[in-house]
Design a protein around this ligand. Structure first.
Ligand code: PBG
Length: 324
């Protein structure tokens, strides 16, 4: 009798596609994805973002046509960013009941009542200086900005938003938004907080799409320092204590360890944001023929889910759903 090999044949379960599929540990589905959209004033506008091929600035009247294929593919949620007609120091466009995002929310809810419309809640697209809050003596102030965020959240919920997603990283915003929503009777409107959001260079293309690059300084006094992971858990714990219903880690790809740590520590739904720079890198390399764009996309999205994210915010949502 031949001697038994002294090693394990792990390849046995890799020899046939069906076997590989049977033992696959992570599966993506279209309802994992949240599809971000950028709404601009005007009509009949569908302008491609230079660094994000396949992503468009859309006027309200062109939104539905963009969303229709996503809904048909089984994507359940979109995330809305608004670029207002005019910006000022007080970000008044953010809490204008007839502002760009509020109008976009109404239009999408009218056309797709079942679609989950998530409103990004931040001031950076609405301030003339591009900061996420009010600026006094060169300092981005916290508490007064939070009060404006709460106003913006209420106006978004009243326009029909299904979920409010604060992306500013100021202290106390989740508690303030929860209190303001409850006071207005929006007790069933969940909060998806950008809980661990890092001061990352990977937001570069987004700031072109949202016209929200800060005119001076940076976001390091409120967004997190990239080397930290324990601090991310404190941020997430704080947001949960303040009333967040879903928490997010952002960016995703360079922060998979943070997603994993959050997954192990907390039992609440967790989202990862596959941000603009991550998308742009895949598109640029694929356009040069340096990488297989579709495979890179699926491998990245799978990694974010494998790390522990239940939900993935991604500009690839429609392309990826088509391949599933
Ligand atoms: C707004 C906001 C940003 C992103 C989402 N919400 C930009 C920033 O913080 O500068 C980035 C999204 C992306 O890069 O895809 N505060």
């Amino acid at each position: 009798m031949a001697e038994l090999p002294s090693f394990r044949r792990l390849r046995r379960l890799r020899m046939k596609p069906a076997l590989r599929e049977m033992v696959r540990e992570t599966a993506l589905a279209p309802d994992d994805f949240i599809y971000p959209l950028f709404v601009v004033p005007g009509s009949n506008i569908r302008r491609e973002v230079a660094a994000m091929p396949g992503v468009f600035n859309l006027s309200v009247d062109r939104l539905a046509a963009e969303v229709e294929p996503a809904v048909a593919l089984g994507i359940r949620a979109v995330l809305l960013f608004g670029i207002p007609e005019s910006k000022d120091e007080h970000a008044s466009g953010a809490y204008d009941p007839n502002g760009i995002v509020q109008r976009a929310i109404r239009e999408l809810k009218r056309r797709f009542p079942e679609l989950i419309v998530i409103a990004d809640c931040c001031l950076c697209e609405y301030t003339s200086h591009g900061h996420c809050g009010l600026v006094r003596d060169g300092v981005i102030v916290n508490d007064e900005s939070v009060a404006l965020l709460a106003r913006a959240a209420v106006s978004q919920a009243e326009a029909g938003a299904d979920i409010i997603a604060p992306s500013d990283m100021f202290d106390g915003r989740v508690a303030a938004i929860r209190a303001a929503l409850d006071q207005r009777g929006c007790i069933y409107t969940p909060i998806l907080s950008y809980a661990a959001k890092y001061a990352s260079c990977f937001y570069g293309p987004f700031r072109e799409a949202a016209q929200s690059a800060p005119a001076f300084g940076d976001r390091r006094s409120h967004q997190m320092d990239p080397p930290n992971v324990r601090e991310a858990l404190r941020e997430i714990e704080t947001d949960i204590a303040e009333g967040a219903d879903i928490v997010m880690v952002k960016p995703a790809l360079a922060y998979l360890d943070v997603i994993r740590a959050a997954r192990e520590r907390f039992d609440i739904p967790l989202a990862g944001y596959n941000v603009s720079g991550e998308y742009a890198m895949v598109k640029a390399a694929a356009a040069n023929g340096w990488i297989d764009g579709e495979r890179a996309m699926m491998e990245i999205l799978t990694a974010i889910k494998r790390a522990g994210a239940d939900l993935i915010l991604t500009y690839h949502a429609v392309e990826a759903a088509r391949l599933l």
